[in-house]
Write a new protein. Structure first.
Length: 353
């Protein structure tokens, strides 16, 4: 009696050994196991690739502390990267050794500044945020056009980050309660912030535009959006419903190579960033203002209006009030509320005249 081959193995062929996963694929998989954000995953993969290439394309298991120190030294002396960039590189390589390869990181994690061992972890100097005055914010908003204008107004009126605003779904904005639900923000945290009354009508018009686009795409076989986590499996049809549509959709859709569906993502951050840069230049504002500057301005102006710092912390989503306290140093009070002696001298001289 002729025996059938085991499984799908063809007759006369031995089973092939499992293909070993490449290093960068292992880094990606481990980042996803730890639920890192896509931006963190991209940064870590980039640093691992840069580290391996700098050391002659040798596997990190064969590299020691001297190789790691030489790479970090080259970053500081030759590439002249900032302290924050160097710390990011150290975090990525520490993650590579300890979480991906499962071995102790060469040099350890602690920094002993007085000649001890360990990897150097430089401290960044504390920089005060750039803040626009209320008049400057008005000048910038006047020179923006929708949808960038509506996005910028929401950033200034709610204190959201640009990525958080662009990732908003229709269901996340409550027009009646005038609140915005921010899900999976920085650090994976959730919070609720205020929806400014001045943008309610703009958001309502934007929702109607999105509804019209969604209905048109559904008739053409599209209307799908990417879903977070495993919701595509738990609720297979939710990605084609109106509440899950992005409030600020991208101008074009694309075909998902895995499912073949026509997907539409949210508006790309660069579109708003370019519009913001152009508006700041046209307004003649001599500050390096970006979209994130609107978030800084939101916090500073709330503190100027007398709101409690804990309330501002909650709206911004800071895990520590010490982060929020940074805005107390840029309040419009002339150096912590101190009146310059020159102003007093000039006032007295004017009174004597």
């Amino acid at each position: 009696m002729r025996r059938r081959p085991y499984g799908n193995r063809e007759k006369g062929k031995l089973p092939q050994p499992a293909r070993r996963m490449k290093l960068l694929d292992e880094v990606r998989r481990t980042c996803r196991v730890h639920h890192f954000s896509p931006r963190t995953e991209k940064a870590y993969v980039s640093w691992v690739r840069r580290y391996v290439k700098a050391r002659g394309c040798r596997h990190p298991r064969s590299l020691g502390e001297e190789d790691l120190r030489a790479f970090l030294t080259a970053l500081a002396e030759e590439a002249r990267v900032s302290a924050a960039t160097q710390r990011q590189a150290i975090s990525a390589l520490t993650f590579l050794y300890e979480k991906v390869l499962g071995v102790p990181c060469p040099g350890g994690k602690q920094w002993t500044p007085k000649g001890g061992r360990g990897l150097p972890r430089p401290r960044s100097p504390r920089r005060l945020p750039v803040v626009l005055t209320r008049n400057e914010v008005a000048l910038v908003l006047e020179r923006l056009r929708d949808p960038a204008k509506l996005v910028a107004a929401i950033l200034y009126g709610s204190g959201m980050r640009l990525g958080e605003a662009l990732a908003l779904r229709i269901k996340d904005v409550d027009l009646e309660r005038r609140e915005i639900s921010i899900r999976a923000g920085k650090g994976g945290s959730n919070r609720i912030t205020v929806l400014p009354a001045g943008v309610v009508e703009g958001v309502r018009r934007q929702r109607e535009d999105v509804r019209a686009l969604f209905m048109k795409e559904r008739e053409e076989g599209g209307g799908w959006v990417a879903m977070p986590g495993a919701l595509n499996r738990k609720s297979p049809g939710a990605g084609r419903t109106f509440p899950w549509q992005f409030l600020f959709p991208a101008s074009r859709s694309f075909r998902d190579p895995g499912t073949g569906r026509l997907l539409r993502s949210h508006l790309h951050p660069s579109a708003v960033q370019r519009a913001m840069k152009r508006a700041v230049g046209e307004a003649g504002i001599p500050k390096g203002a970006t979209c994130h500057t609107l978030r800084h301005s939101f916090a500073t102006h709330l503190l100027e209006d007398g709101y409690d710092i804990r309330t501002v912390q909650e709206l911004l989503g800071h895990s520590s009030v010490r982060t929020t306290m940074l805005y107390t140093h840029v309040l419009n009070r002339g150096g912590r509320g101190v009146r310059s002696p020159l102003d007093r001298l000039l006032d007295e001289a004017g009174a004597r005249r």
